[in-house]
Write a protein that binds this ligand. Structure first.
Ligand SMILES: NC(=O)C[C@H](N)C(=O)O
Length: 382
């Protein structure tokens, strides 16, 4: 904003490395008034930086080991402020506010914490240019899928980030991953891309990403392709802004604002294998609202198990234990003549994402037909 009372002149012709002198145009202006004017200008320049909200949840990125070679058996012990201290240059990129929602290994993220993250994101959408969520990598893709399915982010990028090495280890990957995630959230090119995951220089869609390696730095893979990458402070997107095809958005219902009151219907995952019987199925069906089965191939389960599945009173989603591929409708077991099948194909969704989608459908009291429609619409399943 122009300020008539001061004149700013550069004393260095090189704009990049400029130094400035400030002089009053008005002889009556006191040194105190000059100081105030300088502070106002500094504040207005500062305000032009993007505003980023960081929501901390824990994970290896917030962990410490006993020595610099320990890369397993460490514990969560770092606040967001500690993590930001490791990347001081970030203050040149954006203004940051943060909130520690919890500080846990992601194996302990449950429905009440999911709701806390959901609330943290929803409440920040209006006032920030981007949101970064620090999270353990083990269940990061589940939280990212949940947030993508329940929040319409508009143009605001929501960037999940984690690390594979604790902060104390040699070549810890957390600081660079966090730095990159914040830069991605701050970059106008990231707008309109919804939920992103930034890890190991790669940018991907939170909706599709899966953790495919339990130990290596390159732990996340995505068959649908990376959206871009990060090299030497440059963000390169391979495609213009795009959101996941046909993603069904659910409106969360919670009786109160309390995260502890938030519960989704119970859905479990059963893992297919040779010689599997229907015993587990019979044991769990009365205790759950839905079941997902990681079938052996593209919907393969023994005939005897298929028969029992068709007799179950609850919806069953056939997913797959193979990392890639999908479940075609043609491979689903056929119900008896005139009966509606309770079995739905997960399409491209893996078992853990199928579980969340089925929970969200059941929370809306969707009929089997509506559940089928949601899975079919999004993934080409049936
Ligand atoms: N790399 C990680 O973040 C793994 C850790 N166990 C977690 O998910 O919290």
């Amino acid at each position: 904003m122009p300020n008539d009372s001061v004149a700013i002149t550069t004393i260095c012709p090189d704009v990049e490395n400029s130094q400035f002198t400030l002089q009053s145009n008005n002889p009556d202006v006191s040194p105190v008034q000059m100081e105030e004017a300088i502070l106002t200008i500094a504040a207005s320049q500062h305000r032009s930086l993007p505003r980023i909200k960081i929501l901390g949840t824990g994970g290896t990125i917030a962990s410490k080991g006993a020595d610099s070679s320990q890369t397993a058996g460490y514990h969560v012990d770092l606040s967001i402020q500690d993590m930001l201290d490791a990347i001081p240059d970030i203050s040149r990129i954006c203004e940051i506010e943060y909130e520690q929602l919890c500080n846990v290994d992601s194996k302990n993220i449950d429905e009440s914490l999911l709701f806390k993250i959901y609330k943290g994101v929803s409440e920040s959408l209006q006032s920030f240019d981007g949101i970064v969520i620090t999270h353990g990598t083990d269940t990061l893709s589940e939280t990212a899928f949940f947030i993508e399915s329940t929040i319409d982010a508009g143009d605001v990028p929501i960037v999940f980030v984690g690390s594979m090495r604790p902060s104390t280890s040699v070549s810890a990957d957390g600081p660079m991953n966090l730095y990159q995630a914040i830069c991605i959230a701050s970059d106008p090119k990231s707008r309109g891309r919804s939920v992103l995951v930034s890890l190991n220089d790669q940018i991907s869609a939170g909706y599709y990403i899966t953790k495919t390696n339990a130990n290596s730095l390159d732990s996340f893979n995505v068959r649908q392709g990376y959206l871009g990458n990060f090299v030497n402070n440059e963000i390169h997107y391979y495609y213009p802004p795009v959101k996941p095809q046909g993603c069904h958005k659910f409106k969360l219902k919670n009786k109160t604002d309390e995260a502890s009151d938030f519960h989704l219907p119970m859905v479990c995952i059963l893992y297919g294998h040779q010689s599997i019987t229907s015993k587990l199925l019979e044991l769990v069906q009365d205790h759950y609202d839905g079941i997902v089965i990681a079938t052996m191939g593209a919907g393969s389960m023994p005939d005897k198990v298929n028969k029992i599945c068709l007799q179950c009173k609850i919806p069953i989603v056939y997913s797959k234990r193979s990392m890639d591929g999908m479940i075609p409708v043609a491979n689903l077991p056929t119900p008896e003549e005139g009966k509606e099948s309770n079995i739905v194909a997960s399409g491209y969704l893996n078992p853990e994402k199928s579980r969340i989608l089925l929970q969200l459908c059941l929370a809306q009291d969707y009929s089997i037909g509506e559940i089928r429609h949601v899975f079919r619409g999004v993934y080409g399943g049936a």
